[in-house]
Design a binder for this molecule. Sequence first.
Ligand code: ZN
Ligand code: ZN
Length: 334
Amino acid sequence: MHKLFSVKPLLLLSVSLLVACQVRVTTQTGNNALSLPSARIETRDSPSQEELSAPTQVVILGTGTPIPDAFRAGSSIAVVHKGESYLFDVGAGAIRQATIARYRYDIPSLYPSQICCAFLSHLHSDHSMDLSELAHTLWWRRKSGLEAWGPRGIDRIAAGLDEIIAIDADFRINGIQPVTNPNGFRVNHHTISPGILLQKDDLVIEAFLVNHGDIDPAFGFKVTTDDLSLVISGDTAYSDVIAEKARGVDLLFHEVISRQGLAQNSPDFQRYHNSVHTTSAELARLAAIAEPATLVLYHGLFYGTEESTVLDEIQALYAGEVVLANDLDIFTAD
Ligand SMILES: [Zn+2]
Ligand SMILES: [Zn+2]
């Protein structure tokens, strides 16, 4: 295995890492302005044969937190399977990243008005801000509505989004602009109960309760396809259920707060973070139980410390494969 990894934002690197689980990890960071087409309208009725036969891909759209960060959009992970993109959380900036990923990796289903489905782990704003962007971008060209699953309260969010778009919708529907579907901006919402949320061919998406302190309910997700299995933690304190659900998966995407980062906080915030997030030492313990082929750190709470610190902290306690994710990293089943 070779490793060429950089967090320098102005360099363009393309790296392929072959890991034991047969999941190839390609990492790119760089100048988002490289040869992307400008303002191209895309519509399609169904996925191409090429999309239908492609391996499952996981694209990290955002690895950030509520703290403003120039290089990390809000939390969001896209699973691309048989010509559809399923987004797990939609933090601020995630849809801009989806547009970049659509062209960088040639994934038509990541074009914003082609994205079919979003799953919100919980209703903290850093996981939901871009649901509005997703629902409303080019909505008048959207052929089928956006389906969104979330904890109780998702109905209030959907109603609020209807109100936000009402004036724009009125202009477009009642003016002379062609509108493909007058309901194209609406979020078709589903309240999550633990269990299987969606089953489509060999794709299964399951939600399970995690412990995000007093933010209740909060869910994690397990996704399995014919060629990949993964668990996404959402925001959570150490949760036995994740260790169990992630046992032997190809990819475990888990939030983390570094010990050094935690120490930057006031005692009140340390108490809060300890009750709602997972420390590096706790995550190392969880990973040793679950033994995922690859542990991927995202939604890292760094608090001004060197970002690699959290990776060092985990690697000191856990011998398995660990990756510190950056926005637009991509994982492809082999
Ligand atoms: Zn969060
Ligand atoms: Zn949260």
